[in-house]
Design a protein around this ligand. Sequence first.
Ligand SMILES: *[C@@H]1O[C@H](CO)[C@@H](O)[C@H](O)[C@H]1NC(C)=O
Ligand SMILES: *[C@@H]1O[C@H](CO)[C@@H](O)[C@H](O)[C@H]1NC(C)=O
Ligand SMILES: *[C@@H]1O[C@H](CO)[C@@H](O)[C@H](O)[C@H]1NC(C)=O
Ligand SMILES: *[C@@H]1O[C@H](CO)[C@@H](O)[C@H](O)[C@H]1NC(C)=O
Ligand SMILES: *[C@@H]1O[C@H](CO)[C@@H](O)[C@H](O)[C@H]1NC(C)=O
Ligand SMILES: *[C@@H]1O[C@H](CO)[C@@H](O)[C@H](O)[C@H]1NC(C)=O
Ligand SMILES: *[C@@H]1O[C@H](CO)[C@@H](O)[C@H](O)[C@H]1NC(C)=O
Ligand SMILES: *[C@@H]1O[C@H](CO)[C@@H](O)[C@H](O)[C@H]1NC(C)=O
Ligand SMILES: *[C@@H]1O[C@H](CO)[C@@H](O)[C@H](O)[C@H]1NC(C)=O
Ligand SMILES: *[C@@H]1O[C@H](CO)[C@@H](O)[C@H](O)[C@H]1NC(C)=O
Ligand SMILES: *[C@@H]1O[C@H](CO)[C@@H](O)[C@H](O)[C@H]1NC(C)=O
Ligand SMILES: CC(=O)N[C@H]1CO[C@H](CO)[C@@H](O)[C@@H]1O
Length: 669
Amino acid sequence: MHLFLFLCFFAAFALAQYPPASNNLTTIVSPVDGNITVSYKVPPIGTCKTAFDTQQQYTGWVNIPGNYSTNTFFWFISGRDPTDKLTIWLNGGPGSSSMLGLFTGNGPCEVVEAALGKFSTVARDFGWDRGSNMLYIDQPNQVGFSYDTPTNGSLDLLTSNLYTPPQVLPNSQPADTFMNGTFSSLNTNNTANTTEIAAMAIWHMLQGFLGAFPQYMPNSTAVGVHLFAESYGGKYGPAFATLWEKQNRLRSNGSIPTNTTIEINLASLGIVNGCVDDLIQAPYYPVMAVNNTFGLTAINPTRAKLAAASFTSSGGCKDLITQCRAAVASQDPDNDGDVAAVSAICSRAYSFCSANVLQPYFDAGRSVYDISHLLPDSFPPSTYLDYLNTADFQKAIGSPINFTETNLQVVDAFTSTGDYERQALVPDLAALLNAGIRVGFMYGDLDYICNWLGGEAISLAVAAQAGGSYATRFPSAGYAPIITNTTYIGGVVRQYGNLSFSRVYNAGHSVASYQPETAFEIFARIMTGTSVSTGEIINTSLYNTTGPLNATYTASLPPSPTNTCYLRDILDTCNQDQKNSIVSNSGVIINGVLYSASSDYSSAVSTASANANTASTTVVTSTQVLTGLFTATSTPSPTKKSGGAHTRPSTLALSLAVLFISYALHACI
Ligand SMILES: *[C@@H]1O[C@H](CO)[C@@H](O)[C@H](O)[C@H]1NC(C)=O
Ligand SMILES: *[C@@H]1O[C@H](CO)[C@@H](O)[C@H](O)[C@H]1NC(C)=O
Ligand SMILES: *[C@@H]1O[C@H](CO)[C@@H](O)[C@H](O)[C@H]1NC(C)=O
Ligand SMILES: *[C@@H]1O[C@H](CO)[C@@H](O)[C@H](O)[C@H]1NC(C)=O
Ligand SMILES: *[C@@H]1O[C@H](CO)[C@@H](O)[C@H](O)[C@H]1NC(C)=O
Ligand SMILES: *[C@@H]1O[C@H](CO)[C@@H](O)[C@H](O)[C@H]1NC(C)=O
Ligand SMILES: *[C@@H]1O[C@H](CO)[C@@H](O)[C@H](O)[C@H]1NC(C)=O
Ligand SMILES: *[C@@H]1O[C@H](CO)[C@@H](O)[C@H](O)[C@H]1NC(C)=O
Ligand SMILES: *[C@@H]1O[C@H](CO)[C@@H](O)[C@H](O)[C@H]1NC(C)=O
Ligand SMILES: *[C@@H]1O[C@H](CO)[C@@H](O)[C@H](O)[C@H]1NC(C)=O
Ligand SMILES: *[C@@H]1O[C@H](CO)[C@@H](O)[C@H](O)[C@H]1NC(C)=O
Ligand SMILES: CC(=O)N[C@H]1CO[C@H](CO)[C@@H](O)[C@@H]1O
């Protein structure tokens, strides 16, 4: 019976290899800029199941002409309660799609297996739509569902390589590991190659989106736009926000017309496990590897000391970054990425720092996104990769292209300019703070790649750079508990004025995937300008947290989950035996997951749902209250630390592959 269904599934699959050509989008010319068009549709209810069916959704593309065509994908989902708040979410990479956050992190829904060969979505209890309208953007061009020119090609799942034009199945390769589809052009020239260029593209994109959907433009500073970004978003966030502020200034002094542009009024900037500046954060890689709060000595301490020395040694990481920034300042101050000598110096700094300071940790055989997870790490689950590549889903959102989580052309483009090391973004963050914008940092304490020790150092550097009362009152504000709910303390926070730094307990890189409730409350409190510790209304010019000056809480290392091997993410999620099994066709693949026998499938599904009911599941149950923010009136007893589990069989769809493919780049998603 199973086998029969299985064959039917594959027969249908072989016929329709490419997304539908006609996609029923409505196209309008932007009311503010006649050169921009917006093509969109309302996806059918359930495409991304929300807590309430009344929540408005739009999927679409903002199309901008230029040397190459830019079609930036967005997914808008309105809040559960009517609200003026608009939050933009960006995943990192560079080259990673924000569908990762939407479907496996803070988004309104997650993907589940519905039946053999069938996926569906369920609403997530602590999706950030609980507190805000949400706008997920795939950027820069060619990432995720964003594209330049739809181009047919083939994807080799054993290597993650894409080929255009489509290829015949290579000899001896199993048919289910090599499939045709439609992608972007894969031309590295047709995308941004620096954060600065990406920032301008997204400013234009938002002009298009907000022009087309003025009802979602918050129109008072008190409400405003909120930008939250993860990982490489530690660069995107500050740079994008700074550019938006600059465009506002140019509008008000008459340098750019006000009748053909829209002011983007940023109220808060949130950075989730962000890599902001290696000059400040890189020294914490060796520290995190051996002196973390989980008592884990991940690598030989002598090796860690050498890694630390390669940061400070003459001609080492620090010197190379400093040279890169001097070259940028004198020869490519706008970060156009077009001065070859500057790009060469910055690329060199990046590859040196990565190889000598970051990568010694690779010896540990542990995930860079969670020091407690042994490799291969398959958390969060990759199930969404299958769902997003079904013809029904493509039709539902109107996509002319297939989905890929990581775009390697963008990785190459950013690597070629050394974008990673180019900018000291702390001054930008300090300027945003001094302009009255809230800046909130949220770091899971199990992450290695943009770890909380480095994040804390960034927060202190921002306060020092901002000067005034920030320079003295932020560092002297003590760490207060983050009261997630009546029974759980989710971490600790230092907060003064509009600046906060939160350490989230027992969370890896994608904080919301691990600790959805705590991540949501921190997000909501940053966004609304309340106490991150309690959710209470505060006078930000007077308020500071009180408590110990150091976030010293220690815990034992959580056990590593066993991996799930996903066909669509072999490089990240499968061990060697599993890879061999796929190559030799000796296992069975069901709903994109490798099993040794088809009889393992139903038991795997029932185990997963049993776990989902006991662990920190994110799926809405009928008894949950689906709206509202929590405000603490007392502090739960610290012994009741219950919310730590993330025991679902697990997975990570992230761009670890990227780490090995491109000059051992330290990719952050
Ligand atoms: C692309 O999408 C089609 C459905 O329209 C699917 O059949 C095909 O397998 C997908 N290709 C890839 C490479 O994901
Ligand atoms: C477009 O809309 C028509 C009419 O509603 C429908 O029959 C068709 O299936 C749609 N096509 C796609 C690709 O969504
Ligand atoms: C469209 O772009 C062209 C060329 O860049 C420019 O001359 C023209 O003013 C633009 N039109 C509008 C309506 O912005
Ligand atoms: C992919 O397309 C190529 C070229 O059209 C074709 O030869 C090949 O059979 C297709 N592969 C699959 C799996 O359909
Ligand atoms: C990208 O641009 C460079 C410089 O203009 C050019 O040499 C190269 O051929 C272009 N690459 C592609 C794939 O078009
Ligand atoms: C601006 O805010 C006012 C008062 O909150 C509201 O009535 C109006 O609809 C808003 N306008 C837009 C364009 O959002
Ligand atoms: C914008 O304002 C300028 C100067 O006031 C005027 O010349 C132009 O026609 C206006 N454009 C639009 C689209 O209203
Ligand atoms: C770890 O801590 C020990 C003891 O304080 C110290 O000697 C060592 O240098 C630290 N290692 C790193 C890499 O920071
Ligand atoms: C980056 O892109 C610019 C065009 O925006 C191009 O001139 C430059 O050559 C690119 N840099 C590299 C290193 O490829
Ligand atoms: C404790 O915090 C202070 C001030 O924030 C900092 O200077 C010091 O290095 C921290 N100590 C440790 C052991 O982390
Ligand atoms: C409090 O939060 C934790 C962690 O999210 C969760 O496990 C627990 O069920 C919550 N308790 C209540 C009473 O909501
Ligand atoms: C450094 C600083 O300003 N600390 C203040 C924080 O807030 C408490 C009141 O909650 C004051 O007593 C501290 O002086």
